[in-house]
Design a protein around this ligand. Sequence first.
Ligand code: SAH
Ligand code: SF4
Length: 375
Amino acid sequence: MTSQALGRSDLKGTIAELPKLINLTGLSLAELTEVLIELGLPKFRAKQVWSWIWRHGVTDFQDMNNIAKPIRELLAKHFIITRPAISRRQQSSDGTIKWLIRLADGQEAETVYIPEDDRGTVCISSQVGCTLTCSFCHTGTQRLVRNLTVDELCGQILLVMDELGDWPAGNPTRRLTNVVLMGMGEPLFNYEYVAQAMKIVMSGDGIGISKRRITLSTSGIVPEIARCGEELGVNLAISLHAVSDTLRNELVPINKKYNLELLLDTVRNYPGLSNARRVTWEYVMLDGINDSPEDAKALIKLINGIPSKINLIPFNPWPGSIYQTSKPEKIEAFASIVLRAGYASPVRTPRGSDILAACGQLKSDSVRLRARERV
Ligand code: SAH
Ligand code: SF4
């Protein structure tokens, strides 16, 4: 069909049918080797390309100067190396940076970089929106949901490294050192892609972020927790937030499916837990809801025997939220009970709250806009 013969609707169909170029940032070294072999290239080419992508952050095949020009052109015909597009970038007064990223299908998600004295952490999203509806979480109010793909998961880390000038990967002055899966979405509902992406990120001959520097936060998807421990061995954070089933059913509704007893049993058996490798219990402080001294004591009882850290998160309000943040004295009293019982209990200082980048405030602006348009 010539271009002249194409009507508008034909054109739409044609564009949709065009084969998409594979984004190499979603492939493991083994997969990359396979696709290059299919093109008739020897194995060592895959190693070279891998190193350009993951050690040097190269996005243009023409920059791969140890690969002959005709091969670079062949690669460019079949593949791309891209990051998600950036819809918006905001920087908080505390140095936190939040990106609203735009994915190839126009959906949006958020990525946050949090600089600290001894580390730099990227908080990545695992889904657009979330199918769960925790009553205190902004993301949970978003209706559109899909899993992020492997290249979209890895791409969030790559774009932060680009921004920070962290290439070549692994240099001692690198600013990005840690990854937390604590952005939008429930990572264990996207386990396959999250696992593939984390294996790429952990690869020693790539950006080499060790499993000890990766933390996955889950609302408690019991069947996938054990898998995550066995296959990935990353640090585990559990969004607990309540010490009774009645309250947790309300705050974290997945509790109706996987209750506290099941959750606690599963965490107790998480592979590799030790005093040097503790599970983090995230506990959002909601005024008058879950912040009493009795709650603190019940919490200690509940996690008894499990190597644990407790992370108290002052509730971050968002437009339309029905909760208030616990009073500072309440948080302090809660923290000291927990501390006296021998648990480290840092209170998570809200970061980037002036740009709605703090925990649970993430929600893409396009959706917010649509919600505003609806009223
Ligand atoms: N879905 C996963 C990971 C993303 S949420 C999970 O729920 O664990 C990351 C953390 O932020 C979770 O502990 C979540 O409960 C918490 N959170 C959500 N909304 C919050 C809010 N408004 N204020 C403080 N923490 C919140
Ligand atoms: Fe989803 Fe986590 Fe928010 Fe719950 S707290 S709605 S699981 S993102």
